[in-house]
Design a protein around this ligand. Structure first.
Ligand code: ADP
Ligand code: MG
Length: 166
């Protein structure tokens, strides 16, 4: 197992807009070659977070649920890295399957965000960010989400994830 970052950030999010804002903040920490795994049940807010991430990275096209495609590439509007948005729900798993997607970009030049990625794309790199989104149990407004962000590997050892909770 790769080294785990000492600090994993816990963020409470109260609305879809705040989830997008979290995505925009997270984007500022990311650079080409980074891998982000998003987990949490259907409707947790994985795609909403990715939408904010795309806004923060300044990519072309609104991020939507890749329902009929497994992966979508959003090129940067500036000189930043493209966002590769993967829905691994129907992806069998493993590096081979990712390579078989035959994307037009090199993964090492991109920011890769994988919904349902746990247990499927870890072999891409030892350095990765795990984001887990939980609905608040028994919450009546149903808009509260608890987000845990954990950095794995050397890449994240020196990154202060607490800025995400700002
Ligand atoms: P997932 O990709 O995890 O299946 P989506 O982001 O597609 O989830 O959908 C989340 C749904 O929950 C949206 O309809 C969104 O408006 C709603 N929602 C309510 N509260 C939140 C919140 N705090 N964060 C994200 N989405 C929320
Ligand atoms: Mg989704």
């Amino acid at each position: 197992e790769p080294a785990q970052n000492g600090v994993s950030a816990q963020i409470t999010v109260n609305s879809p807009e705040q989830m997008r804002e979290l995505g925009r903040r997270l984007a500022k920490l990311l650079r080409a070659g980074d891998l982000v795994l998003l987990n949490g049940e259907l409707g947790a807010g994985k795609t909403t977070l990715t939408r904010g991430l795309g806004e923060g990275l300044g990519v072309r096209g609104a991020v939507t649920s890749p329902t009929f495609v497994i992966a979508r590439v959003h090129p940067s509007l500036g000189d930043g890295p493209p966002l590769v948005h993967v829905d691994a729900y129907r992806l069998g798993g493993g590096l081979d399957e990712m390579e078989d997607l035959d994307l037009d970009v090199s993964l090492s030049d991109s920011v890769i965000v994988v919904e349902w990625g746990e247990g499927k794309v870890e072999e891409l790199t030892d350095d990765r960010l795990h984001v887990v989104i939980h609905r608040a149990v028994g919450d009546t407004t149903d808009e509260v989400r608890h987000v845990t962000v954990t950095g794995l590997g050397e890449r994240w050892v020196t990154v202060d994830l607490s800025v995400l909770a700002a």
